[in-house]
Design a binder for this molecule. Structure first.
Ligand SMILES: Nc1ncnc2c1ncn2[C@@H]1O[C@H](COP(=O)(O)OP(=O)(O)OP(=O)(O)O)[C@@H](O)[C@H]1O
Ligand SMILES: [Mg+2]
Length: 418
């Protein structure tokens, strides 16, 4: 605050002397008023010099204006200077009236150069555009937004800015209190969590692949061998053996069903057709299996892809379909599902649309009970791992649409909107 104590020297314009035409009483009145203002100005200057008041001079259309912050030496100064956040007060036009040392350190600039300058100078051109409407709209509850703060050494700092209007004092226009929170640590933690989650998914995929292989190579082979034996047993028993033959036939049927179920589980864990025949083949298999098993009609439309997508993109799209169909089966009570795989510019898009009961995205039942499911979350995370995005649209009674969009390798990464 000390840097603000010395106001920039600015000589106030000399007061206009009353004209000759004024009456004597009017002249005396104006003179008294001018004297009073002079005394007030002298008091303010004395207070600024003694440190009882902090001030900053801001150039305006009608000459320089002195903004003062009363209460130097008060406890609030200690509090604000010890804060881990940057703290500022701004005029409605974004001029910094006051900044704490922490903010000056954030932007790598000396405090006396920060005060009196424009806050916009520390923002990118896009963020500058958003600042003005935010200042205009900021009400008592305040508003928050995240920006990259431009430091003097050209580095950028991710921060959250919260704006709150301060009470108007007299005829002065509103000033704003701003708290700037450094998000570097939070971003680093988010990144670490994302990396960790990604590794969990990779480990989960590797484990699923291993179990699928075990099931396919060992359990299914064994079951097939038992199936053949039970068939032979049923064949050897004549019709005279009555109940024993019926039992052998029942056993063979049950074994057949068990082998199919094990095969289905193994395919869900890691479909070999995905590696061998590619995405379209696996989408077709999964859709057919879903419609046959659940009785829900499913229409699949796939674009012809000129080349195979990278293995992790194919796996991601397959897992998204799998998870979305699992939700249709468990929650939607749908009669029809439409699945579309399309290509749009440099992106492939997978859309799963059901005509079921839908749900309120903001108030999901499981979320309200504090134990939200993982399906939608994992779909979204998986899409972002491969540079894509996922959007869910739903409303009670209006069905659900899951839309994933993933970039084609080698093409520019601009999202054309989901
Ligand atoms: N297609 C859908 N139709 C109706 N409701 C749905 C649909 N998809 C999701 N929901 C709702 O959204 C909630 C969250 O879905 P999500 O897949 O994230 O978790 P879950 O299915 O409850 O559990 P998990 O997927 O972990 O087994 C569901 O509990 C359900 O209420
Ligand atoms: Mg689910």
């Amino acid at each position: 605050m000390n840097a603000a104590r010395r106001p920039r020297a600015s000589r106030p314009a000399p007061p206009r002397l009353p004209g000759r035409s004024h009456s004597h009483a009017a002249k005396a009145g104006e003179l008294a008023e001018l004297r009073a203002r002079l005394v007030e100005a002298e008091d303010t200057l004395r207070a600024i010099r003694s440190g009882a008041v902090d001030a900053v001079v801001v150039a305006g259309k009608r000459g320089p204006r002195v903004f003062t912050l009363e209460g130097a030496g008060h406890a609030y100064r200690m509090l604000i200077e010890s804060m881990n956040e940057g703290a500022l007060t701004l005029t409605a036009k974004g001029v910094i009236l006051y900044a704490n040392q922490r903010f000056a350190r954030m932007v790598g600039c000396r405090l006396k150069r920060v005060m009196g300058s424009s806050f916009r100078r520390f923002l990118s051109p896009e963020d500058r555009k958003t600042l003005r409407p935010l200042l205009e709209r900021a009400d008592k509850s305040g508003s928050k937004f995240q920006v990259l703060l431009n430091a003097d050494d050209r580095s950028q700092l991710p921060v959250q800015i919260s704006i709150r209007p301060l009470a108007k004092s007299g005829a002065r226009s509103t000033t704003f209190g701003i708290v700037v929170t450094d998000l570097t640590e939070a971003r680093r933690n988010e990144e670490m969590l994302r990396t960790l989650a990604r590794r969990v998914v990779q480990a989960q995929e590797a484990e699923r692949g291993r179990v699928a292989l075990e099931l396919h190579d060992h359990i299914t082979q064994l079951l097939c061998a038992i199936l053949v034996r039970s068939q032979a047993l049923a064949d050897q028993l004549s019709t005279r053996d009555g109940p024993a033959k019926a039992e052998a036939i029942k056993l063979r049927e049950l074994l057949g069903q068990t082998a199919e179920e094990v095969e289905r589980i193994s395919r869900n864990l890691r479909p070999s057709v995905l590696d061998e025949l590619g995405l379209v083949a696996v989408l077709r298999d999964t859709s057919t299996e879903f419609a046959d098993r659940t009785g829900v009609s499913l229409r699949l439309a796939c674009v012809h892809l000129a080349a195979r997508l990278p293995a992790d993109t194919e796996l991601t799209l397959y897992r998204i379909l799998q998870e979305a169909l699992k939700n249709v089966e468990q929650h939607a009570r749908a009669r029809h599902v439409a699945v579309r795989l399309t290509q749009r510019g440099a992106f492939v898009r997978l859309v799963i649309d059901d005509d079921g009961i839908g749900f309120d995205l903001a108030h999901r039942p499981a979320r309200r009970k504090g134990k939200g499911g993982l399906g939608l979350l994992s779909m979204r995370e998986r899409a972002t791992y491969v540079g894509g995005a996922l959007e869910v649209k739903s409303a009670p009674g209006e069905g659900t649409t899951v839309r994933a969009q993933i970039p084609f390798p080698g093409c520019p990464l601009t999202h054309p909107g989901l």
